[in-house]
Design a binder for this molecule. Sequence first.
Ligand code: 4NP
Length: 162
Amino acid sequence: MAEQRLLFVCLGNICRSPAAEGMFLHLVAQEGLEDQFLVDSAGTGGWHAGNLPDRRMRAAAERRGIHLPSRARQIQPADLTSFDRILTMDADNLRAVRSLAATEVAGGSLELALIEPMTSHCRRFSDAEVPDPYYGGEAGFEHVLDLLEDACSGLLATLRPG
Ligand code: 4NP
């Protein structure tokens, strides 16, 4: 089966989406499915481009055995056609990516990525969004990881080959 291309998107690409990327890759590696997925993350904003994820997010992920080595980048119009599926963390991200997609459609692009909220894949939590943890305390980062663990395992259950 062809590799599936997934892009996780938040605002800054230093907290939620790199954690989603690392969490999904962690689950994929546990099942030996690395060659089935191409995974990346991006921010709707570009202020942190080139930076590692926030040290609080990295520390919280490391405590769960998940490494976050990605570097921040801003989403580009070309991402709408080079990925199969774009997973957004909150309603603002969803609006921003949909607006980028509308511009691409107006420009004549035909095959665009499916755009959907990350929490639509949760099976345990009923939260509508993965909340921005940036200005909060440590518990916020743990809640983000709990939500992402749930959503990533639901997403993998949907996409797992066979
Ligand atoms: P993220 O969190 O969108 O999960 O990466 C944020 C990181 C930085 C900022 C906001 C949210 N910021 O305003 O710099």
